[in-house]
Design a protein around this ligand. Structure first.
Ligand SMILES: [Zn+2]
Length: 180
């Protein structure tokens, strides 16, 4: 953010506005739990920046899944996808964390993740990249991409998966419909 800050492993933080009460809150780049509003105690959108030096702490050691936005200042589509991601981070406050990485200031990360195009989006859970998407996309696409990566959404709730073999195709042609 502020230019000229020494690249020390200092804790970064950012300020987000609580979507519930409008109060501005400072959220740390890394924390054990999830940030909550100091006023209304709802979970806050967790939107922070990270770079080469703090990626491990901010992303790989995060307590909740992280959406990583690898972007660049000169990239037009990035300016469209960033607000979309922020909207998702707001919708899923307390469930995901959004971390933005400026690839021009993070050459090691760019190399490590072989970023050839920006934006490149990733979902990282427990330090593992579980999904990756090159290029921008509108909110509904990003939302379903995220849901698919995290195995949420689409109401299949409890129970350990992997039990569902291919269910036989059901040609439901009702043989007869007895009317009363
Ligand atoms: Zn609040």
């Amino acid at each position: 953010m502020s230019s000229g800050a020494s690249a020390q492993a200092t804790q970064r933080s950012s300020v987000v506005t609580c979507p519930h009460c409008g109060r501005k809150n400072r959220v740390p780049a890394a924390a054990d739990g999830v940030p909550k509003c100091g006023n209304c105690h709802n979970p806050l959108p967790w939107i922070v920046d990270a770079g080469d030096d703090d990626f491990t702490e901010v992303v790989e050691r995060a307590s909740i899944p992280v959406v990583v936005d690898l972007w660049a200042t000169w990239c037009g589509p990035c300016r469209m996808v960033s607000p979309a991601l922020e909207q998702l981070a707001t919708e899923r406050a307390g469930q995901i964390k959004l971390v933005k990485v400026d690839v021009d200031s993070a050459p090691r990360l760019s190399q490590r993740f072989e970023v050839r195009a920006v934006p490149t989006l990733m979902v990282v859970r427990d330090g593992q990249v579980i999904a990756r998407q090159p290029g921008a996309a509108p909110v509904p696409v990003l939302r379903s991409w995220l849901d698919e990566a995290l195995g949420t959404g689409s109401g299949s709730g409890s129970g350990s998966g992997s039990g569902s073999a291919a269910s036989p195709p059901k040609d439901s042609a009702d043989p007869k419909e007895t009317s009363p």
